[in-house]
Every structure is written in structure tokens, then in C-alpha cells.
Design a protein. Sequence first.
Length: 212
Amino acid sequence: MTTLQGILRTTVRAAGLVDVPAVVRLFVPPSPSPLPSVPGDSAVDWEQAQRAMRLMLAHYALEEGQVWVAERADGRLLAAGIWLPPDTETEPPDTRFGGLLSRELANGPQDRPVLPAGLREAGPDGPHWKVVIAGELDDTSAWDHTVAAGLLAPGLRAVDDQAATAVAITVSARHADQVRPLGFRRPREVRLMPGASVWLTTRQPMGTTDPH
């Protein structure tokens, strides 16, 4: 656990099962309207998206990866970083987790991969860690490069121990800029669907040269 002293006091700690509902709300906030539909696909139900996110956290991210949260002094979560390790098993995560969704969600997305094809294609070749960052990141009084560094530091230690590449995924280029002091290069926009994009930024293993 790390306490960061800035304009607002923030503590970075490992998340557990008890934190899953709060982390889900950072990624998929409650809304009375459905999520945008993907062309050629039916609209995604908001409640179902939250259920799928809870399953992913409880049965994949917490078991095989790392989940770290930045928590305010009042106990409210400011941000979360979900680290997913390189694929090391025979069965790809998309197949394993897709089967879980099919079993647990009556109308689950049986054929829908965990990560959209655009994200997989935009990532670097070869094994790499992924960290997905989300939260109340528009609160500039609390989310700055210091908090970003504290949130990502534990995961980066694991990445550096393996001399591995890391890819950070954020919802805006501005948020990606906050991790550039940690060695991540200029962010790249990846469009998931009309009107919805994320930004990918890559960090090469420490000690290697990155021209960007």
C-alpha cells in the first residue's frame, strides 16, 4: 500500500473481491440508457455489461493478473488499473473467458472476444502485459502524473522483473499523457466503434531504446 500526498490524499492498494462492484462502476457507470450498439450487432445491455465486467474481474483479472486502485481519504475510488499478463496457457483468454460468459450469462456474448479485434491488432507483436486504466480521471485536482505513477508502479515492477513490454489502454489521449513519464510512448488512437475510441501507449522493456 502506498500513500500519495498531493492536493488530495490518495492511497494506492491492491484490490480484492470486495472492491469488484466499485471497480466495475469506474469502468461501466450506472446509466438508464443502453450502451451504443455495434454495427451489425444488437444493442449491448448496460446491466449485462456490468455483470460481464464483474465476472472478468473476479474470475480472470484478480486470479491471473493484478488489480490496483487509487483510493481517496473518504474511501471512494479515484482510479483503477487492471493488469492482464501475457498469454501463457494453451487456451487463449478469449476462449476461456468467452466460455465463462456463455455459462454465466443467459444471453451472453458467446462469440464476442474479451478484447475487440481492433485492440488486439493494434498491440505489439509478441507477449506483453496490458493495463487498462479507468476512473474519475477528469478530476485534475487528484489525477496527475504522481497518482498515475503510484497506481502503475506495482504492476510495472512485475513487468520489469520479466523484462516485458507493457501496453496501457486509456479512454483519452490526455490520460495516456500522464503515464509518459513512466516510459510509455506517444499514444495511438484505436476506434472501437463510431464515436468510441481508446488510446494505446506502449512501454518497451527497460534498457531498450524506443525511437518514439
